[in-house]
Write a protein that binds this ligand. Structure first.
Ligand code: HEM
Length: 538
C-alpha cells in the first residue's frame, strides 16, 4: 500500500534517497561547490600565514574534528552483517507476527559484540557476546537484542550500572580492558550472588567463542506471544548455529588477542565474502501463559534462570542467513540502534524486571550516542514498513513533513481519523492483569535461589569442560589483589560444587570453605554441554 495514505495531514513527504556522499565525478564541498584543490590551504603567499577565509579548509578540518561519536556505553566493540530470515511457518501457531508466516522472507541486520571492552579492544577476550538482530518486517521493525549466554548477571535493571561499573576498568588504573580478571568484578559477583550463574557461563568455554558463526544466541527474557485467535503463550528465543557451538581454547584466545585482535570480525567478514554464509535457526521454547508465569517450577520472569531444553525443547521457526557485509562500518555497524521495545504485532513484553528496565535504557542512551531523537531516520535504522507518525522537528530531522495539523483527530487537514482496518494489523498490548499488590522495592521469593541452576550447569559439563571452568576461575581469581574477595567467591563455589571449589581453592593456595546451604538437588541437562550435542535440523 501507499506509505502515505493520510497525506497531507501528518505524513512525511517522500524522504529523499540517502545521500551517498559520492555523487558526480568531481570533488565538491559539502554544499556541492566544485573544488579545484584539496591539498593546499589558502595562504597569504606561498609562505603563509593561513587565511581565515579558507572555507574549504575550515569545513574539512571542522568535519574531521567531529568525526567521532561516543562509543556504546556497553557492547562498544562489534561487527555486523546483513542477511535474510526465512520463516518455516511453524511459529504461526503461537504468534500472528507476519514475519513468522510460512515462507515469509525478511531482511535483517545483525550486530555481534563483546560487552566490556572499548571499541578498539580485542575480540577473543573472555566475555559475554552480544547477538542483536534487527528484522525489517512489513509490520515494522522487530529488534531481538540477545546475548550468547541465556541468563543475565542481575535480576533487576536498577543494578545494571553497578555490574557494568564493576566489570569495566578500575577507575584509578583503567585495568583491565575486557576481562573479568580483577577485584571489582569478583567483588560484585560474590556479593550479588544472583550473578554466579552468568559468571559460570563466562568461565566456561562459552566465554571464548571460536567465531561469531559458532555461537548460540538467546533472547534471555521470556516474551509473550499472541496468535491470530487471540491466544497467548510465553516464549524464549534461541538462535542455533548451523556450524554447531565451538570455542577457542584459553591458550588460543590469549595468542589471538596479540596476533590478530580483530579475529572475530575478520572471520565473519571473510566467511561472507568467500560465500560461506553463516546460518542460524531461530527456535522457540513455548510455555503455557499461566497466572504464575512459571514452568516446571521455574520462574519465567527471573532472567538468571534457564528452562532446560530437556523440559521444553527448542522448536525451530525459521532460518537466518548472513550473506552481505556492510559497505561502511560507521554508517551501518556503528550507527545501528537496537531497542527491545521495537516489537511487531504478535510479540509483547512480560514483567521481567530486567526487561522492563531495558525498555527505558536503550533509547535513552541512543539520544546521546546518536545526537537527538531522529536516529530512526538514519538509513540502517529506517523501518522497511511505511512510517506515518506525528513526531516532528528535533536535531537532524531529515523528513519534510506536509500538513498543518500534526495531531489527531483534527479539523484542518481532513481530520485524519484512524481508518477502518488500522486496528486489524496494529500492535496489541496484551491486556494482562496488573497486580493489585502494593508497590514495593523487592524481588519475589522465587528469585532467591542463586545456586541450583549454577550447579545444574556444572553437572552438565563433560570432564574436559569442567577442567576448563576450573582453570578459568583459577586464572581470573588469581588476578585479584584482595584475598577477602577470593575467599568470598570460594564460598559461593562451595555452594555450587565441592570438587569445583576445592580445585579452585587449591589453585589459589587458599583453604576450601564449607557450603552454607545444602547442595541443590538437580538433574544435569546434557543440552548445555557443547560436546556431543546435536542441533535441530541435523
Ligand atoms: C547494548 C544485550 C541488559 C543497557 C546491548 C547490546 C546487546 C545487549 C546485544 C548491543 C547492541 C548493539 O549491537 O548495538 C543485552 C542483554 C541483556 C542486557 C541480552 C540482558 C538480558 C541490559 C540492561 C541494560 C542494558 C539491564 C540497562 C538497564 C544497554 C545499553 C546498551 C546496550 C545502554 C548500548 C546501546 C547503544 O548504545 O545503542 N545490550 N543487554 N542492557 N545495553 Fe544491553
Amino acid at each position: 500500500g501507499s506509505p502515505d495514505r493520510r497525506t497531507p495531514t501528518g505524513a512525511a513527504t517522500d524522504v529523499p534517497a540517502p545521500a551517498v556522499g559520492q555523487q558526480g565525478a568531481s570533488l565538491t564541498t559539502a554544499h556541492g561547490v566544485r573544488l579545484r584543490d584539496t591539498d593546499h590551504s589558502l595562504k597569504a603567499g606561498p609562505r603563509g600565514p593561513l587565511l581565515m577565509q579558507d572555507h574549504h579548509f575550515r569545513e574539512k578540518i571542522t568535519h574531521f574534528d567531529h568525526e567521532r561519536i561516543p562509543e556504546r556505553v556497553v557492547h562498544a566493540r562489534g561487527t555486523g552483517a546483513h542477511g535474510v530470515f526465512t520463516s518455516y511457518g511453524t511459529g504461526a501457531a503461537v504468534t500472528r507476527a507476519g514475519f513468522l508466516a510460512k515462507g515469509k522472507e525478511t531482511p535483517v541486520f545483525v550486530r555481534f559484540s563483546t560487552v566490556l571492552g572499548s571499541r578498539g579492544s580485542a575480540d577473543t577476550v573472555r566475555d559475554t557476546r552480544g547477538f542483536a538482530t534487527k528484522f525489517y518486517t512489513d509490520e515494522g521493525t522487530f529488534d531481538l537484542v540477545g546475548n550468547n549466554i541465556p541468563v543475565f548477571f542481575i535480576q533487576d535493571a536498577i543494578k545494571f550500572p553497578d555490574i557494568i561499573h564493576a566489570g569495566k576498568p578500575h577507575p584509578d588504573r583503567e585495568i583491565p580492558q575486557a576481562q573479568s580478571a580483577h577485584d571489582s568484578f569478583w567483588d560484585f559477583v560474590s556479593l550479588h550472588t544472583e550473578a554466579q550463574h552468568h559468571t559460570m557461563w563466562n568461565m566456561s568455554d562459552r566465554g571464548i567463542p571460536r567465531s561469531y558463526r559458532t555461537m548460540e544466541g538467546f533472547g534471555v527474557h521470556t516474551f509473550r506471544m499472541i496468535n491470530a485467535a487471540g491466544e497467548t503463550a510465553l516464549v524464549k528465543f534461541h538462535w542455533k548455529p548451523k556450524l554447531g557451538v565451538h570455542s577457542l581454547t584459553w591458550e588460543e584466545a590469549q595468542l589471538l588477542s596479540g596476533v590478530d585482535p580483530d579475529f572475530h570480525r575478520r572471520d565473519l567478514y571473510d566467511a561472507i565474502e568467500a560465500g560461506a554464509f553463516p546460518e542460524w535457526e531461530l527456535g522457540l521454547q513455548i510455555f503455557p501463559d499461566n497466572a504464575e508465569e512459571t514452568f516446571a517450577g521455574i520462574d519465567l520472569l527471573d532472567p538468571t534462570k534457564i528452562v532446560p531444553e530437556e523440559l521444553a525443547p527448542v522448536q525451530p521457526v525459521g532460518k537466518l542467513v548472513l550473506n552481505r557485509t556492510p559497505t561502511n562500518f560507521f554508517a551501518e555497524t556503528e550507527q545501528v540502534a537496537f531497542h527491545l521495545g521495537n516489537l511487531p504485532p504478535g510479540i509483547d513484553v512480560t514483567n521481567d524486571p530486567l526487561l522492563q528496565g531495558r525498555l527505558f535504557s536503550y533509547v535513552d542512551t541512543q539520544l546521546t550516542r546518536l545526537a537527538g531523537p531522529n536516529f530512526p531516520q538514519i538509513p540502517i535504522n529506517r523501518p522497511h514498513a511505511p512510517v506515518n507518525d506525528m513526531l516532528r522537528d528535533g536535531f537532524h530531522q531529515h523528513a519534510v513533513h506536509a500538513g498543518v495539523a500534526p495531531y489527531r483527530p483534527n479539523s484542518l487537514d481532513g481530520g485524519n481519523p484512524f481508518l477502518a482496518g488500522d486496528a486489524e494489523n496494529a500492535f496489541l498490548d496484551v491486556p494482562v492483569t496488573v497486580t493489585e499488590a502494593p508497590k514495593i522495592r523487592a524481588n519475589p521469593a522465587s528469585f532467591d535461589d542463586h545456586y541450583s541452576q549454577v550447579r545444574l550447569f556444572w553437572l552438565s559439563m563433560t570432564p574436559v569442560e569442567k577442567q576448563h571452568i576450573i582453570n578459568a576461575y583459577t586464572f581470573e581469581l588469581n588476578k585479584c589483589y584482595e584475598q577477602a574477595i577470593k575467599e568470598r567467591q570460594l564460598r559461593s563455589l562451595a555452594n555450587i560444587d565441592p570438587v569445583l571449589c576445592q580445585q579452585v581453592a587449591t589453585g589459589l593456595g587458599l583453604p576450601t570453605p564449607e557450603p552454607t546451604i545444602a547442595l541443590p538437588d538437580v538433574e544435569p541437562s546434557p543440552a548445555l554441554s557443547q560436546l556431543g550435542h546435536t542441533w535441530p535440523g541435523d
